[in-house]
Design a protein around this ligand. Structure first.
Ligand SMILES: [Zn+2]
Length: 123
């Protein structure tokens, strides 16, 4: 069992367990090895991912109406770290002005989804 992260196209982060097992039960052994080989290696302690999962859940709670005073100092600091990481992700993956698809890089020359060419700023 492994904890997996993935970033959805709209920029939300999903943390899940057993990501491989539901897919791999329908594929042959050769395909299973290929899929498992393409997954990123987890480099942090499993506790880190559990804490991040908790903070993402807490962020959802905050967005649905919990006040800042409802959180401990450690939770508030964690929520600030999540907000900072999300802002950094959004800077590195700006949305297409036409279809809103998040781009792989802020330096992309065209949208990977709709093909719109991006104008380059000239100085
Ligand atoms: Zn686009």
């Amino acid at each position: 069992m492994a904890i997996q992260w993935r970033v959805e196209s709209e920029g939300s982060v999903v943390v899940s367990q057993n990501r491989v097992e539901p897919l791999s039960c329908h594929i042959e052994d050769d395909g299973r090895e290929r899929i498992e080989g393409s997954l990123p290696t987890l480099t942090l302690s499993p506790g880190y991912y559990k804490r991040a999962e908790y903070l993402l859940w807490l962020e959802k709670c905050k967005n649905t109406g919990l006040a800042d005073g409802d959180f401990t100092l450690a939770e508030s600091e964690g929520l600030m770290a999540v907000a900072e990481a999300r802002a950094q992700f959004e800077r590195n993956h700006p949305p297409c002005g036409v279809c809103s698809a998040l781009q792989d890089s802020p330096f992309s020359t065209s949208c990977h989804k709709c093909g719109t060419e991006f104008m380059r700023r000239s100085n």
